[in-house]
Design a protein around this ligand. Structure first.
Ligand code: G3H
Ligand code: 13P
Ligand code: NA
Ligand code: ZN
Length: 328
């Protein structure tokens, strides 16, 4: 059944668990997430980015998720629009049936230029008014994702400020977060604590200086009733990095957000954890390996099945680690 983000995250807060929110672009990802949820009895958040809408086409993306609802009627599913660049984008998702939208007013509409606090409050409040009138939830974002090692947004495919950022933008201020939530009425708040989108987050295993879990605790103390969201939270599995590079791939040395650090965040108010890169890496690794091991195969179903299986294992591991298994 389709449920709102607020309904799910309220349940997560009451029961002390966190939810992975997986980005989806194609049928195999939807299959992988739903099979994993079914096997672990977990609720589901699937989210579509602007990139996903332009890849699949909005109707295909929406129908893939509604097909999952039809096939798994016993699993609660949130259909969430990721990183809306403007109120109009969110309005179109609300009209087409999404149960949750993100208004990312931390950046201007170009999704590159950091926005002022006043702009962010203004566009986010507008979306909350529209969305709540229809029972749709809203996620806002305060602070800009980016690396505390380099000051770069660290993202290779859009969704991040361009070039170097002021260091103070890279960490959400707890006092400002309290004011932002009071002024906008958002259901969930994405915060900046040193993570960034994509595979290249950290050049080494992150320490407490470059991955500021302590900041989550400070924000949660200030606004204990607000559901916090961690973006850029793929763990960048070293085993998949190796499989990719051992089968013709060429990815650089890189580290993600360790699962145990996410678990620490969940203890302090993190309820939604955005994951895209991990499924991309598992899918690519599985396809590369299958094609290398089976050079005569030309049936895409065979390598796509391997992709689904690899992504499903990641989904199951996250459902279990974040404590949402058993809560469907
Ligand atoms: O927000 C970042 C997600 O990883 C989506 O990326 O825009 O390439 O679909 P995308
Ligand atoms: P990753 O690139 O770490 O998977 O982050 C995804 C994300 O934050 C989508 O909004
Ligand atoms: Na989002
Ligand atoms: Zn994100």
């Amino acid at each position: 059944a389709l449920i709102s983000l607020r309904q799910l995250l309220d349940h997560a807060a009451e029961n002390g668990y966190g939810m992975p929110a997986f980005n989806v672009n194609n049928m195999e990802q939807v299959h992988a997430i739903m099979q994993a949820a079914d096997e672990t009895n977990s609720p589901v958040i699937m989210q579509g980015s602007a990139g996903a809408r332009s890849y699949a086409g909005e109707p295909f993306l929406r129908h893939l998720i509604t097909a999952a609802l039809e096939m798994y009627p016993h699993i609660p599913v949130v259909m969430h629009q990721d990183h809306g660049s403007a109120p109009g984008v969110c309005l179109r998702s609300i009209q087409s049936g999404f149960s949750s939208v993100m208004m990312d007013g931390s950046l201007m509409e170009d999704m590159k230029t950091p926005a002022s606090y006043e702009y962010n409050v203004d566009v986010t409040r507008k979306v909350v008014e529209m969305a709540h009138a229809g029972g749709v939830s809203v996620e806002g974002e305060l602070g800009c994702l980016g690396s505390l090692e380099t000051g770069e947004m660290g993202e290779e495919d859009g969704h991040g400020a361009e070039g170097k950022l002021d260091m103070d933008m890279l960490l959400t201020d707890p006092q400002e977060a309290a004011d932002f939530v009071a002024q906008t009425g958002v259901d969930a708040l994405a915060i900046a604590i040193g993570t960034s989108h994509g595979a290249y987050k950290f050049t080494k295993e992150p320490t407490g200086e470059i991955l500021r879990i302590d900041r989550i605790k400070e924000i949660h103390e200030r606004i204990p009733d607000t559901h916090l969201v961690m973006h850029g939270s793929s763990s960048v599995p070293q085993e998949w990095l190796e499989i990719i590079n051992n089968h013709g791939g060429d990815m650089g040395n890189t580290y993600g957000v360790p699962v145990n650090e996410i678990q620490e965040g969940i203890k302090h108010g993190v309820r939604k954890v955005n994951i895209d890169t991990d499924l991309r890496m598992a899918s690519t690794g599985a396809v590369r390996k299958h094609l290398a091991d089976n050079p005569s195969n030309f049936d895409p179903r065979k390598f796509l099945k391997e992709s689904t299986k690899a992504m499903k294992e990641i989904c199951k591991a996250r459902f279990e680690a974040f404590g949402c298994a058993g809560n469907a």
